[in-house]
Design a protein around this ligand. Structure first.
Ligand code: CA
Length: 222
């Protein structure tokens, strides 16, 4: 029996990925790294530290120096905050309210550590997510695509993997949720081919949160 829905945040609840992509590109360039928009979408869900470590190894052939990840991630966050508030994803409030109306527990599992965005949850989705039902980048040592954040999410909302469903938009997020044994619905709100999301393990892929809301009863509340 379905008891809980775990939502990813960026690209699911907020239309924040275009801003994230632009800010990653700019911040990386300031520190001699090249990160493309496509790279950002393919690696979405990784923590800032993991992302910077990966690209530093690939492009500079070494590990980041002490403080280097923090410095680059701080530059990215500063650019992101200067962009102002990202819009709520169209259809996201409908999906969250359908879940609440069905008596399901709602939680969030995000690789983001953006304080501003986390604070914005309460404003845009009032009384939808309890603070102790939110897993962010600071909650886990190993981020997506490891299952750890979703396993912690299950623990926080107090249900088993079989009693939950995940809503994700990113291949690594889908991988993480599937590795945690949770049925995963993907929404392809970015710029990737939907095949990438099916290949990552998604049970079904919708083109938007609006479409998911329309087909909610058939596909989520079993
Ligand atoms: Ca996401």
């Amino acid at each position: 029996m379905l008891k809980a829905v775990l939502f990813d945040m960026d690209g699911v609840l907020f239309n924040s990925m275009p801003d994230h992509a632009e800010c990653w590109m700019k911040a990386a360039a300031q520190f001699g790294l090249t990160i493309s928009k496509e790279d950002v979408y393919m690696n979405e869900g990784r923590t800032g530290e993991d992302t910077i470590t990966m690209f530093t190894r690939l492009q500079k052939g070494r590990d980041p120096q002490p403080g280097e990840c923090e410095q680059i991630y701080a530059a990215k966050c500063k650019l992101f905050e200067a962009k102002g508030e990202p819009a709520v994803m169209a259809g996201a409030p409908d999906v969250v309210h359908l879940a609440k109306a069905a008596g399901l527990i709602t939680g969030i599992v995000t690789g983001s550590g953006q304080k501003a965005l986390l604070g914005r949850l309460e404003k845009n989705f009032p009384q939808c997510f309890l603070e102790n039902h939110i897993v962010s980048s600071s909650s886990c040592q190993r981020g997506k695509p490891y299952p750890d954040p979703y396993l912690l999410g299950l623990e926080r909302v107090g249900v088993s993997a079989e009693e939950a469903v995940v809503i994700e938009n990113a291949p690594l997020g889908v991988q993480a949720a599937c590795a945690a044994g949770i049925r995963t619905i993907a929404v392809n709100t970015g710029r990737l081919d939907e095949k990438v999301l099916y290949d990552a393990g998604a049970a079904i892929v919708f083109p938007s949160m609006t479409e998911l809301a329309k087909h909610w009863t058939l596909n989520v509340k079993q």
